[in-house]
Design a protein around this ligand. Structure first.
Ligand code: NAD
Ligand code: ZN
Length: 384
């Protein structure tokens, strides 16, 4: 497959407007080779430390190193996988940064998927009280979601992303060429987050995904990938600028995530069920919950199901055994960070493109919904 490589044809960068912490998002093919130019001015010392994982380093590390020939570089390469987002992973990275003798005139580059972005971003936030950093996301999920917005975190035995900081990067550089090496399973997991932006607030975007965009994205069509990343980042940037610390509408970005987090917690975080796979089915669940609660038409929920089915995405009908224990899943949903006063908060929808935050959902409502799903007795809520 040949993907075009001319950054000069890329449109102007997007901007996340956060006053003096505002930053650009560069999107398009060919940016990695031009990285020296894009980070100009961020590292007065001309020294950069790159945090990446073995897979990404093996596939794309040389291009990055060559593009940084004007800089002194320190490469920190970690094994791939969620387990790196841990105290031990953090400590290893921080120690390597101290050994390299970094100071605040240096720049950290987070070069990888969401795991590296979250881990490296958190390390940057606490190293000597804050080292500037740039996100170079290499998965679709990271390009459309985790690299933008400044949430950084690691996990511990109490759950995911519980230790972290809001810490914004100086820039996000999303080179869509990097996605050409992504396994289809990872591409689909990222696509779930792309679809999320259509479902939560942009009916036109959903219509494009349904008509042609979805298929083209999964076939790695360059133009469609750039459009998908751009529209997704535009929406995320707008929401983050309005509500950086998630006191209001930023919660809409969690459409499908309450169900997803419970499924993930149940599956364990060993790669058996990827985050995006859980989100894919979780969004379908949020739509059917909205139907059951009388907010949304069964027709719209069905449209979501059909779209997922057309692209062979993870969905309710592929969850199988994962739904057998409604009480346990509801208990897991009760541990979500968004919940208030012991009641579950859900992101629901009035229609495709019209999501809203529903607070104070009772455990009984959730159990009854999940029981209907698990018993396949779902005709009353429009699933056939
Ligand atoms: N901070 C946020 O706002 C936010 C939002 C969503 C998700 N997240 C976090 O993101 C993480 C998931 O991110 P992810 O899905 O990118 O997972 P990941 O970083 O584990 O990457 C997935 C796999 O793809 C490989 N990979 C990365 N780029 C590649 C490429 N170009 N070609 C081939 N292989 C490549 C990686 O080595 C890894 O094995 C989770 O920890 C989640 O909590 C954070
Ligand atoms: Zn997500």
């Amino acid at each position: 497959m040949s993907l075009s490589k001319n950054p000069l044809t890329s449109p102007a960068p997007l901007c996340v407007n956060l006053g003096e912490r505002s930053y650009p998002i560069h999107i398009g093919p060919g940016h990695l080779a031009n990285i020296g130019e894009l980070i100009r001015g961020f590292a007065p010392s001309k020294r950069v430390v790159i945090i990446t994982d073995e897979t990404v380093y093996g596939l794309h590390g040389k291009v990055l190193e060559n593009a940084l020939s004007d800089y002194t570089t320190h490469m920190i390469v970690r094994p791939a996988g969620e387990s790196q987002k841990s105290m031990a992973g953090l400590e290893t990275v921080l120690e390597a940064m101290f050994r390299a003798g970094l100071d605040r005139t240096d720049l950290l580059l987070a070069f990888g998927g969401g795991v590296i972005g979250d881990l490296a971003g958190f390390a940057a936030s606490i190293y000597k009280r804050g080292l500037p950093f740039v996100q170079i996301p290499t998965t679709l999920l990271a390009q459309v979601d985790s690299s933008v917005g400044g949430k950084t975190a690691i996990n511990n035995s109490f759950g995911k992303n519980l230790i972290g900081a809001f810490y914004q990067p100086r820039a996000v550089i999303a080179d869509t060429d990097l996605l050409s090496t992504l396994p289809l399973r990872q591409l689909k997991a990222g696509y779930a987050e792309v679809l999320k932006y259509g479902l939560l607030g942009d009916r036109n975007f959903f219509d494009w995904l349904e008509a042609e965009g979805g298929k083209q994205i999964l076939a790695l069509d360059t133009t469609s990938l750039s459009k998908a990343v751009r529209v997704s980042c535009q929406t995320k940037a707008r929401i983050v600028a309005a509500d950086e610390r998630e006191t209001g509408q930023r919660a809409l970005l969690n459409l499908g995530h309450s169900f997803a987090h419970a499924l993930e917690l149940d599956a364990g975080y060993d790669g058996d069920l990827l985050h995006g796979e859980a989100v894919s089915a979780g969004m379908e669940m949020a739509f059917y919950f909205s139907v059951k609660a009388g907010y949304c038409s069964a027709e719209d929920a069905k449209k979501v199901s059909e779209h997922l089915s057309n692209l062979d995405m993870p969905r309710l009908s592929t969850l199988g055994e994962r739904l057998v224990n409604p009480t346990k899943l509801t208990r897991f949903m009760g541990q979500d960070k968004k919940n208030e006063a012991g009641k579950i908060t859900l992101i629901l929808a009035r229609a495709i493109g019209e999501a809203f935050v529903e607070k104070a959902v009772s455990d009984e409502e959730v159990i009854s919904f999940l029981t209907a799903l698990s018993e396949n007795d779902v005709s009353e809520i429009g699933i056939s």
